[in-house]
Structure formats: structure tokens, C-alpha cells
Design a protein around this ligand. Structure first.
Ligand code: DCP
Ligand code: MG
Ligand code: MN
Length: 347
């Protein structure tokens, strides 16, 4: 999907971040994991600087920026461009593979299979390939679903859901997590976290979700279901209770744009851990999990646990004892990390 992490507006390093992000997008296309991480960390560092970084020396002094990246930052500031990026953009890319990978839910295997069957365009796929319902949706709404959602529109879409939810049950709480909670000025999708005081299992929220879905479909706000996993029994590390689909602002002019929306059911007892997980970003989550495991604990989207007992062959003997689930700040404390505002969780 569209993964650029645009700068927050008004950032003094916005242009530098923009160019580095394009470089990072290039490394994403060529699957250079090491450089993707290096660029994301550097972008994150720059994002936090209160002043414009202009020289190589200045950049090199910052955390997570090595000499070569520092030189690139200086080059961007002095020339407003980056030669390496221009070379990168001239490299032939696998256009067909790129196009297919941007279809919602399509991975490398699927895309390569289509190519080996002779498909080269979205039109080919529609005519020749055996498509699932979701792949059809991904193709029919390809441009919409590959466009990032401006922050103001996420707010509007969110208000729409909150208003209907309040009418159904005023005690249910809804919060938009993901990149929106991290303060991003655009998002790939809308990540709703749904909870209610007194709930101990996501199953407690399933009847509410079903009524909400029916209402939102009737109003023309919801337009497609991509995954409805809320009916499954919530597993330990399983899919959990979530619903994925598409929504629109019905009266949007000149036409409604299809947007991706995820609804997650979270019992109050797991709310803090879920907030951490669904606020992200993914790299921040990985480092929090790693930290937990270094301290003999385990963190997942349901809670922070004392490390599991393992038997021969590292087989889990117990699930581990829950230490904290409901309070986000308390989980930071127990892990011994300083509280980080969502805006500071870019990695
Ligand atoms: N997440 C994760 N690991 C993954 C996928 C997701 O930790 N492999 C967590 C962190 C993400 C959050 O779930 O921030 C929401 O996932 P999204 O894919 O919606 O990502 P974002 O909301 O961060 O970005 P975008 O603006 O692209 O939606
Ligand atoms: Mg998101
Ligand atoms: Mn999401």
C-alpha cells in the first residue's frame, strides 16, 4: 500500500524528509531492508528536530545518521535535490509487478503467478485471471485505495462513525489509532479501536459491532467487506476481533472516494496493550517487544506478560502471567521506558 510517512506540516526539515522518503520508497521497491530501516530511522530523527539541519557535520551529530546519510542531507539542502534519487528513478523497474503488488491484499506469490500466466495489466487480470471478491474490489477501486487519505478527511470519516456509534450505545468508546494518532497529515487507512467500560472479552462487543455495521451499510457509508474476523473465537495470538472494509463519505463532491477502514474490538482489560500495538508504528512495536523479551517479559496486542515457562525444545508450558493490559502508560513504566507521546512513535 501507499506507505509514505509524510512530514507533519510546518516541520523545518520537511523538504529534506520528503526527498529522503522518496529514496526510502525506492529501497522499498528494490527490497533493500537494511537501507529501508536506515532511512526510516534517519527520517524519524529529522522529524523531531526543531530547527533546519543544513550541514553534514550538524546531521552527523544526530542519532541514527551516519556520514553518508549526513552528506545526502547536506546535498538536499544545498541543491534542493539528490543525485542518487535521480539515478534511482532512471533504473528500469518491474512496472507490472509494481502495479500488481499495489492491489489490495496481493503479495509477491500471487503477483508473480499472474505474470507467469501472461497477465500484464489490470485489464488482463479482469479478463483472464480467476479473481477473488477482494481482488476484484482492489482492482475496481485501484486508484482510490492507493491514494493516501488527508488528515481532515480521516477526521470527517471518523466523526461519521462516532456519531452513529453514540446513537447505538453512548458508552462505547471509539478512538482512531495508527498513523492518525501519531499525528500524520495523511493516512493509508483508518484504524478504529473500539472499547467499552466493563468489557473483559472482545466477544462482549460483537453484538454492538454487528449493529454498527448494519447501520453504516444502510447509510451508504460502508461499501465493502474485505475481512470479517469478529465472528471467530478470539485466539491467543490469532486474528483477534476485527473487521476490515471500505467506506466513503456518501455526499462527497464530485464523487465519493473509497477508503480503507479497520475496526478493532478491544475489551477494556486489554485496551492499553491494544493502544500501543495499533498506534505503532510497526518498527516502534518491534522495539517494544524486543525490550520486553530482554527483560524477561512478553508484549503483544493483548497485554504485557511475565515470560512464559518453556519446557524441552522451547515448547511453551504456560502462556505466561498477565502483568498489565489496560493501561498504556503503565505498560511503558513496567518496561522501564520513558513515556512516548504517540507523535514520537515513528520508530
Ligand atoms: N502493525 C504492526 N505490524 C504490522 C502491521 C501493523 O505493528 N505488520 C501495527 C502498527 C501500525 C498499526 O498496526 O501502526 C496500524 O497498521 P497500519 O497498516 O494501518 O499502519 P499505519 O496506520 O501505521 O500507517 P498507514 O497510514 O499506512 O495506515
Ligand atoms: Mg493505518
Ligand atoms: Mn490499518
Amino acid at each position: 500500500g501507499p506507505k509514505d510517512q509524510t512530514a507533519q506540516s510546518g516541520n523545518p526539515n520537511a523538504r529534506t524528509i520528503e526527498v529522503l522518503q522518496s529514496m526510502c520508497d525506492y529501497y522499498t521497491r528494490v527490497n533493500d531492508h537494511w537501507r529501508i530501516t536506515a532511512y526510516r530511522k534517519a527520517i524519524n530523527t529529522l522529524r523531531r528536530q526543531p530547527t533546519k539541519i543544513t550541514t553534514q557535520e550538524e546531521a552527523y551529530r544526530l542519532p541514527n545518521i551516519g556520514p553518508r546519510l549526513a552528506a545526502k542531507i547536506a546535498e538536499i539542502v544545498s541543491t534542493n535535490r539528490l543525485r542518487r534519487l535521480e539515478y534511482a528513478n532512471e533504473e528500469p523497474t518491474d512496472q507490472v509487478l509494481d502495479t500488481f503488488l499495489k492491489i489490495y491484499g496481493v503479495g509477491l506469490n500471487r503477483a508473480n503467478k499472474w505474470i507467469s500466466q501472461g497477465c500484464r495489466t489490470l485489464e488482463d487480470l479482469k479478463q483472464k485471471a480467476d479473481l477473488t471478491t477482494n481482488q476484484l474490489i482492489g482492482i475496481e477501486h485501484y486508484d482510490d485505495l492507493n491514494t493516501r487519505i488527508p488528515r481532515e478527511e480521516v477526521t470527517l470519516l471518523g466523526d461519521y462513525v462516532k456519531r452513529e456509534a453514540r446513537l447505538l450505545d453512548p458508552e462505547v468508546e471509539l478512538l482512531i489509532g495508527g498513523s492518525y494518532r501519531r499525528g500524520s497529515d495523511s493516512s493509508g487507512d483508518i484504524d478504529f479501536i473500539i472499547t467499552k467500560k466493563g468489557t473483559t472479552s472482545s466477544a462482549d462487543l460483537v453484538p454492538f459491532l454487528e449493529t454498527l455495521l448494519t447501520t453504516l451499510f444502510k447509510k451508504g457509508f460502508l461499501v465493502a467487506t474485505l475481512a470479517a474476523l469478529h465472528k471467530q473465537r478470539p485466539g491467543k495470538d490469532g486474528p483477534g476481533s476485527k473487521w476490515h472494509g471500505c467506506c466513503v463519505l456518501p455526499d462527497r463532491k464530485p464523487r465519493p472516494i473509497w477508503r480503507r477502514i479497520d475496526l478493532l474490538l478491544v475489551p477494556e482489560t486489554e485496551y492499553g496493550a491494544a493502544l500501543i500495538y495499533f498506534t505503532g508504528n510497526d518498527i516502534f512495536n518491534k522495539s517494544m517487544r524486543l525490550l520486553a523479551s530482554k527483560k524477561g517479559m512478553r508484549l503483544n496486542q493483548r497485554g504485557l506478560y511475565r515470560e512464559v515457562m518453556r519446557g524441552p525444545g522451547r515448547v511453551k508450558v504456560t502462556e505466561g502471567q498477565l502483568i498489565e493490559g489496560r493501561d498504556e502508560k503503565r505498560i511503558f513504566e513496567l518496561l522501564g521506558v520513558k513515556w512516548r507521546e504517540p507523535k514520537e512513535r515513528w520508530c
